[in-house]
Ligand binder design. Structure first.
Ligand code: AMP
Ligand code: GLY
Length: 430
């Protein structure tokens, strides 16, 4: 089976990840029309923005029918965890329209840390030892903390907007945190708390495309999560990314493939989990050995802004192979060039931040791809409209070369409160 010769695509989301997807989709000769709901000022330059929120399944259905959409690509986790795949499957009017993304059950790998941990244990996938606790066995939670040694890792079970992980050095603080989490610090998301062994090492993100049976490993990337130089300060959505990752060499990636990726996909088959989309595996590399920190059921942001540009093969062909279970026959080609992205954020981010500042210099000729993350078009101006504003991606033969291009491009761009990390990739160049 195949998609029509020319396809109309609806992409859900509005961040840098979605601009990178839209940029790549728009280059496909198989594309007829690309719509992005709701998109940003950047996606409007490669497709048509539609004023629909990804959470509004009813409006998405109407739009799909009215515009002859042949393929829906889901960027963020929210609609996946809320079951958009099943919503389409269960509706006779739209069940023929393929969704790129997992079923509700598959999305639980991100939506519930306890579900993800249990899945890893069932399939012998290396991860930190853990136990989970609720109000009913909180005393056992305190006792478990006494058994562990510092640092203590506590995780809200459910989605907590990326803030649900707390790492503490002191056991009494950890017990107080457990109490506060179980008593609703993150609302219902922390009614169950997972406490786990602390993993040492260096982090790396591995991305897998799967049709639920076959898989392709996409380029890996390293993300920089904290706001400050030296990876200090508050957690953010991600301040930059580099791909490939030098320490993720052939030997390491082969361990990842055999110990983690294969058992994960085989787990989907065995447990009848419908999964047609991307698996993002957050890994800790400890002395060359990979351990899973977390699964996400979508691509990473800003990792997508380096992973997608390194893919040379056609992305609509990739979506077609995912849809029709032919990923084993898809020829994935990847450039050997290094890609880096540096995120420019709004003044104040990740706390309360500035909005509606005019951005200038976006049209200055450069050797980078300027992906928009949080921007809006108003009255002929491009304005800041989110914490993460732009992700500036460049290529090079080395990390240094690529990152210098990104910095040069950022030098041309101005808006009040502009901030970016000047050390993206620095740890990998030592
Ligand atoms: P998560 O939301 O699961 O990605 O966790 C956020 C961050 O917390 C991760 O990117 C890691 O830096 C850190 N983290 C999570 N779990 C562990 C662990 N078991 N050991 C060490 N660091 C961890
Ligand atoms: N960059 C981390 C994430 O997308 O969750």
């Amino acid at each position: 089976m195949k998609l029509p010769e020319k396809v109309n695509v609806l992409l859900l989301g509005s961040g840098g990840r979605e601009h990178a997807f839209a940029w790549k989709i728009s280059q496909s000769p198989k594309l007829q029309k690309l719509f992005i709901a709701p998109g940003n000022a950047g996606t409007a330059s490669v497709g048509i923005n539609v004023d629909i929120q990804p959470s509004n399944f009813g409006s998405i259905k109407q739009f799909v029918l009215l515009n002859n959409i042949n393929l829906v690509v889901v960027g963020p986790e929210g609609p996946l965890v809320n079951g958009i795949y099943d919503y389409f499957q269960d509706d006779n009017d739209i069940h023929h329209v393929p969704i790129i993304g997992p079923s509700r059950l598959g999305a639980k790998l991100e939506g519930s840390k306890e579900f993800a941990k249990d899945f890893m244990i069932r399939h012998n996938i290396p991860t930190a030892a853990y136990k989970s606790f609720t109000k009913n066995n909180i005393e056992e939670g305190y006792a478990f903390l006494d058994e562990l040694s510092a640092p203590y890792v506590l995780k809200a079970d459910g989605l907590a907007a990326g803030k649900g992980v707390v790492i503490l050095d002191n056991v009494s603080e950890a017990k107080a945190e457990l109490t506060s989490m179980i008593n609703g610090k993150f609302g219902g998301a922390s009614n169950t708390v997972v406490i786990e062994q602390f993993l040492n090492g260096i982090e790396c993100s591995v991305f897998v495309a799967t049709d639920g049976v076959n898989y392709k490993i996409l380029p890996e990337a390293k993300d920089y999560k904290r706001i400050g130089v030296g990876d200090k300060g508050l957690n953010t959505g991600g301040m930059g990314a580099v791909s490939p990752v030098p320490f993720a060499d052939k030997e390491f990636m082969e361990k990842v493939r055999t110990r983690i990726v294969e058992p994960t996909i085989n787990g989907f088959v065995q447990e009848k989990i419908a999964y047609k989309g991307f698996v993002f595996i957050g890994l800790m590399c400890d002395a060359g050995e990979p351990y899973v920190i977390e699964y996400n059921v979508r691509m990473g942001d800003p990792e997508t802004e380096v992973v997608i540009p390194r893919i040379e093969s056609d992305i609509i062909d990739l979506f077609e192979a995912i849809t029709f279970n032919t990923l084993d026959k898809y020829e994935l080609t990847i450039t050997e060039k290094v890609a880096t992205t540096v995120v420019c954020v709004a003044g104040g981010y990740p706390e309360e931040y500035r909005k509606d500042d005019v951005i200038t210099g976006l049209d200055t000729p450069c050797n980078s791809i300027i992906f928009h993350a949080g921007t809006a078009q108003k009255g002929g101006h491009t304005l800041t409209n989110g914490g993460r504003v732009l992700a500036v991606t460049s290529f090079g033969d080395t990390i240094q070369e690529a990152i210098n291009e990104s910095f040069k491009t950022i030098g041309n761009i101005e808006y009040e409160g502009k901030y970016f990390r000047e050390d993206i990739g620095a740890d990998l160049m030592k």
